[in-house]
Ligand binder design. Sequence first.
Ligand code: 5GP
Ligand code: ZN
Length: 116
Amino acid sequence: MACVFCKIAAGEIPAKVVQADDAVMAFHDIAPRAPIHVLVIPRKHIASVADSADGDRDLMGRMMQTARQVAEQLGIAERGYRLIVNVREHGGQEVPHLHLHVLGGKALGPMLARAT
Ligand code: 5GP
Ligand code: ZN
């Protein structure tokens, strides 16, 4: 098993876990890009949204709900936060195990630069 997030899910690589249940885990990003930067992953290996199946619908919903709970737990829910999911190469995905970025703790500004 070479996947770094599968190893975190299995407890083989340490992570600062915020929340975990039987299907989903949330832990602090190793290189935070905001004062709060948490990753939410399914324990099951799904490479990306593009690789998910119709049967993953409940699991992906649980990831969103976990993001909401993490934001409440870490005190960023009231002022708001950003959720990001990068998909494959053009989406800038570096770790090929589905994950939701939860970013907050400051005003994050405009989301995207102009494409042209
Ligand atoms: P991506 O670019 O794939 O959407 O995001 C991958 C994220 O995983 C990056 O923000 C990166 O800092 C984080 N990351 C990569 N390896 C590890 C690790 O071993 N532990 C933790 N906690 N985060 C990691
Ligand atoms: Zn994996």
